[in-house]
Structure formats: C-alpha cells, structure tokens
Design a protein around this ligand. Structure first.
Ligand SMILES: [Zn+2]
Length: 357
C-alpha cells in the first residue's frame, strides 16, 4: 500500500519519467485512454416535499465504495494508488445540515485523509440553491449562480487550514453560466466537469443547457461557457471536461429514439456495455460517474436503467477495460486534475496527448 508520506508523481510529471512505459511495452501500438472515475459525493438536491438530506447515510457507504475501487485499481496496477476524483458537496444546504459548508469534509476528515494519502482527488461539488420562504430554490440567473458559489467558496477558503484545497469542480444539477465559469477560473479551479454534451432541460426541477457543447475537453469562450473559445478570443482560464456520453438505452425510451447519456456506472450492465461499445472507437478519454446513494442501493429511481449494488459498478468498470482493449486502447485511471495538467503541458512532440494518434 501507499505510505502516508510517500509522494506519488502526478500523471503530468510521470509523462517525463516513463511511468507509462509499462503500457507501451504491453503493446506498442495501443493508444492510452485516460479513464476518469468520478464519484459525486452528493445526496441530490433540495427538499421535494418532506425529503431530508441523508448525508450521514451517504458518508456511511463511502468506505465500501472505496474498497471496491481499490480492488479494481489493484487488479490493473501494483502502485497502490487510487486515482479517483471524489466531488464533495460543500454549499449552503450542507451548512444547514451539518453546521458548516465544509461539514462533510471536516466531519469525516479521517476518510478524506485516507483518500488524499492514496492519491485520490477531492474536488468541489456545490449545489447552488438558496432558501426562499422556506423552500430551496436554484439560483435564478447567471449572476446569482456566481454569487452563491462565491459565498460557499469563502467558507472553503476559510477552512483551508483543515487541508482541503479543491482545484476541480462539478456543479450540481448540471447548472452553469458565463459568470460562474469565469469565477471558477479566477479562484484557481483548473478543471470543471459539469457539461453533459447535447443535453438541455428546462422545467420546474432543473434548468441547464449544454446543447452545443462538444464531447471533448475545451477551454470555454468568454461569451458562451458551453462552447470552446474562438481562435481570435482569449479563452477562460479553466478546462471544461464534459461527461462522456454514449447511446445507452433506457426501458422508458420511446421506440426509435436515441439518447446520449452520461456513463453512470450504476446503469444496467447490459445496456451500459452496448452503449459504451459504440463510443469506444471515437473516445479520447472517458469520464464516468458514480452516485454512491444509488450505487449502494439506498435509492433506486423508477424506470429500470439505474440498478443498485456495487457488483453492478464493478461489472461496468470491467466492461470498460475489456471494450477499450478490444478497441486497441490501454485504459489508464487518472484524476481530473491530472488531465488538466496534461492539457497545460501538452505540446508537439509529447508522446501523450488527449487525442493520441
Ligand atoms: Zn450533486
């Protein structure tokens, strides 16, 4: 196992030290496929009826998820590292439930220290809601989303002495705005992973729009966070790393419709595999997501696509490894921040890039 004080080189540093040679020796012709396993440490959003936050239940199931992911990693590498990005809720709703914005960090500090010591990344996952007449409602415009984020961030900075210094984030409910994306870049967030390419939703529960967004990482335009900056425009100081999406069929999809869904590792393994297999030939990186509340079986939405049980997560991870190898690629688990660092140092002649050729 990795000693607490042993420093593992970042993936970006490793590019120059030959740590990837093992993969090259296995097959010189294989492309490296960065595999981002992300965990939304989240219990959904605001109160619907008498719905109460279940943060204690959520935190209780994390150790078992960590051991499942450790098992997966040790089957593919003997480094003992756990390069997984955990997006941790820290916002006004968490403050209401735990007494502080960073309550899920400080209240379970031993767990997070273990994650950090095992090369895990702890990113920021705010849900940008405020209370209005006893109801939680989402920020209503771009500016307000920024203000809600700014307010939560102040508390994270204040508590930084506790050791948490997030440099990546994912906004709850896929919400975003130009003001918010700019703010994230300004406070030192190097990568955001909120975008669901091609998806748009606007109803009483959610409002987001990622319809024009590409499926590969990009530096957003100042005028439209959903799109890459034009060549004649200075991009925002942040890398947007969208969720990977694939044609995964849900039992409730009307016949003939095709929906590109994000790669939730709790999906029915049969449908998951069919969808991912179709995407594999064009993938330059894979961003997957685990929602522990669902993966642990504490809540299974109606409809039949999401299945409970960590065995489902394990099956879907194994399918990704098998399918990527069949497509001539070597999957390499990597944290969100490493992908952003690689993007920063990427230059002609480097033998690793987001789009290996
Ligand atoms: Zn969330």
């Amino acid at each position: 196992m990795v000693g607490r004080f042993q420093r593992i080189p970042t993936h970006a540093e490793a590019l120059g030290t030959g740590i990837y040679n093992r993969h090259k020796k296995m097959s010189a012709s294989r492309k490296i496929l960065p595999l981002l396993i992300t965990v939304d440490v989240c219990d959904g959003s605001y109160d619907r009826g008498d719905r109460k936050p279940r943060f204690n239940d959520l935190m209780d199931v994390l150790p078992e998820l960590k051991s499942l992911l450790s098992k997966f990693m040790s089957a593919h590498s003997n480094s003992g590292a756990l390069p997984v990005t955990w997006f941790l809720r820290a916002d006004e709703q968490v403050k209401r439930a735990t007494g502080s914005v960073t309550g899920l960090y400080t209240g379970w500090k031993n767990f997070w220290d273990d994650i950090a010591a095992s090369y895990g990344e702890i990113g920021w996952h705010p849900h940008l809601f405020y209370e209005d007449k006893g109801k939680w409602v989402p920020g209503k415009d771009g500016k307000q989303l920024e203000e809600l984020a700014r307010s939560a961030w102040k508390d994270i900075i204040k508590d930084k002495v506790a050791g948490w210094n997030p440099v990546t984030c994912r906004i709850g409910e896929a919400m975003c705005s130009n003001e918010l994306m700019r703010f994230l870049g300004e406070i030192g967030i190097i990568a955001d992973s909120t975008a669901i390419p091609g998806r748009r939703r606007s109803d009483s529960d959610r409002h987001f729009d990622w319809e024009p967004t590409p499926e590969t990482p990009y530096h957003p335009s100042q005028n439209d966070y959903r799109s890459p900056a034009r060549t004649d425009e200075a991009p925002l100081r942040i890398l947007e790393i969208p969720f990977s999406v694939a044609e995964i069929r849900a039992p409730y999809d009307p016949p003939g419709t095709v929906v590109r869904r994000y790669l939730d590792l709790s999906y029915d393994p049969t449908e998951f595999e069919v969808g991912v297999a179709k995407s594999m030939t064009t993938a330059s990186s894979l961003v997957t997501v685990i929602h522990p509340i669902q993966a642990a079986g504490l809540e299974i939405p109606d409809g039949g696509l999401v299945m409970g049980g960590y065995d489902v997560v394990a099956k879907n991870l194994d399918a990704i490894v098998r399918l990527s190898k069949e497509a001539g690629m070597s999957p390499v688990p990597i944290r969100m921040r490493d992908l952003a660092e690689i993007d920063r140092i990427r230059k002609p002649g480097n033998d690793f890039s987001l789009n290996p050729v």
